[in-house]
Design a binder for this molecule. Structure first.
Ligand SMILES: [Ca+2]
Ligand SMILES: [Ca+2]
Ligand SMILES: [Ca+2]
Length: 504
């Protein structure tokens, strides 16, 4: 198809989609220069619905960047991409493609599921079985306390830690001073085993000139564009509380998503070690920055992902942990998701290691056991050299039945089946859904669970080798894997993460 043909197809998609959900129709536009106001004014004028305008129609995704978002209005949705592209100063026009959480559990099929649904429906639906959720969203951010000391009594449940002999890697630094951004559904920053390892923005800590607590004074003290961003930011609801709102298991079954996902991921990166509580992450003294850009239903957008990655870059983060899947690279998608590719390139230039789950199935999340060399799954399959793509293996060194693989597109395997970690509200579990009364027990299985092990390993190594470059850290992880048959011919290294070898 000619380029013009592709463009026409794209404009047809945009102009006929006026009656569906709003967010996915918003456009992302790359403009020349990082300060030019002219083109934004022009776009606003073209897109403006006079009288209904409540929020800015255009906004820059991040300071110093060239991407802006154009909100959908009845006027702008009638604009063709070609017309927008023809505007002076406009370089690229693309859709604000959806981002989704990876689905890291499998519901039973056939009789079990039917019987469950019957039982639930007979009782009048999930609402009659569980009391309405009393969970509190966005609790206040607790101050750091002096962490206690003592064994992490649930550590032996973390088979991946035992398998990696992570304890042997804790002779020197344990991740001190290294910040890992967890880009996900948020993190329960009140969790007893995470609270003391949450990143604390030094620019929003202490007291201001008027003696007020900078964490809560309503002032953007470090002038990074975010007010009171103490532990990270919530790019879904645009506030300083990136809390991982959980829901009841049955709501999960009927409503989709996997809430608690970010908290589960964070625990294996850096749950506090030797504090007399719970578990320990691979880097038990590293810091977790919570960047929430996926809702409790597991949905997000490219705009949110770009903002979250840009935030991590701005704040100097060395490692980001990315257990999510993006869209926008189908052949019909013309320019593709260039906004996402651009920001991952920015991360590379900034020396940020971008650890990515290889994915459970293809780019659309359909099917398991996918060769991502022929059917790429993004962002893991992007060619940027700062990406480490992680497949999931189980206790027996077999590849997870769901896990993507790829001789050149997947780098390493890591523990990702029946993974034990922190869960929302001071919990610890290897189960997403645990309903013994329905005979239903579903474990956390996913490349989402595998990636945080590698993120933690990177933090552990980096703390011990503070002068190492991003590429040196990546090479150290890649060159220290343990060969296993399941990854042979299915990954670049042919092996699984070995923290023991890495830290030897
Ligand atoms: Ca700030
Ligand atoms: Ca403040
Ligand atoms: Ca602990």
């Amino acid at each position: 198809m000619t380029f013009l043909g592709k463009m026409l197809m794209f404009s047809a998609i945009v102009s006929t989609a006026t009656s569906t959900a709003v967010a996915a129709q918003d456009l992302l536009i790359k403009v020349q220069g990082t300060k030019s106001k002219g083109v934004m004014t022009q776009l606003t004028r073209l897109a403006g619905d006079v009288g209904t305008k409540v929020a800015p129609l255009t906004s820059r995704l991040h300071d110093g960047g060239q991407w802006i978002s154009l909100k959908t209005t009845s006027k702008s949705s009638a604009l063709s991409v070609r017309a927008l592209q023809a505007l002076p100063g406009v370089m690229v026009v693309q859709k604000n493609y959806p981002i989704r959480q990876l689905k890291d559990y499998r519901l039973p099929n056939g009789p079990t599921r039917d019987a469950l649904l019957q039982k639930v429906n007979a009782a009048g639906g999930p609402g009659n079985i569980f009391a309405p959720s009393a969970k509190v969203d966005n609790p206040e951010i607790p101050k750091t306390t002096a962490p206690g000391f003592g064994a992490d009594s649930l550590f032996d449940n973390q088979w991946g830690m035992v398998d990696n002999n992570v304890v042997s890697g804790w002779k020197g630094a344990k991740g001190e001073g290294v910040v890992v951004a967890v880009l996900d559904s948020g993190v329960d920053y009140t969790h007893e085993d995470l609270v003391d390892n949450m990143w604390r923005n030094p620019g929003e800590t202490g007291v201001d000139s008027q003696g007020r607590d900078m964490a809560t004074n309503g002032v953007d003290d470090d002038e990074n564009g975010y007010v009171d961003d103490v532990v990270g930011w919530d790019f879904v609801t645009d506030d300083n509380k990136p809390f991982d709102l959980s829901v009841e298991p049955l709501e999960l079954l009927f409503g989709g998503g996997n809430p608690g996902h970010g908290t589960h991921c964070a625990g294996n990166v850096a749950a506090r070690g030797d504090n007399g509580k719970g578990i320990a992450g691979v880097a038990p003294s590293a810091q977790i920055m919570a960047l929430r850009f996926l809702s409790e239903k597991g949905q997000g957008s490219t705009e949110g992902a770009v903002k979250a990655i840009a935030y991590a870059i701005k704040m100097g983060v060395k490692v980001s942990s990315n257990s999510w899947g993006s869209s926008g690279e189908d052949p019909a998608d013309t320019v593709g998701n260039q906004a996402l590719r651009d920001i991952i390139e920015e991360a590379r230039l900034a020396g940020q290691l971008f650890v990515a789950a290889a994915g459970n199935g293809d780019a659309q999340g359909k099917g398991y056991d996918n060769d991502t060399n022929s059917a790429p799954a993004y962002p893991a399959s992007y060619p940027h050299e700062n990406i480490i793509s992680v497949a999931a293996i189980d206790k027996t060194d077999a590849l997870g039945t769901f896990s993507n693989w790829g001789l050149t597109s997947v780098d390493v395997g890591a523990p990702g089946v029946a993974v034990f970690s922190t869960t929302v509200e001071n919990g610890y579990s290897d189960k997403v859904i645990d309903l013994p009364e329905f005979g239903l027990s579903i474990t956390w299985d996913g490349t989402s669970m595998a990636a945080p092990h590698v993120s933690g390993a990177a933090a552990l190594y980096w703390a011990d080798h503070p002068k190492a470059t991003m590429m040196e850290v990546k090479a150290a992880i890649m060159n220290s894997t343990k060969p296993i048959a399941a990854m042979n011919g299915k990954s670049v290294t042919g092996g699984k993460l070995s923290v023991e070898n890495l830290m030897r």
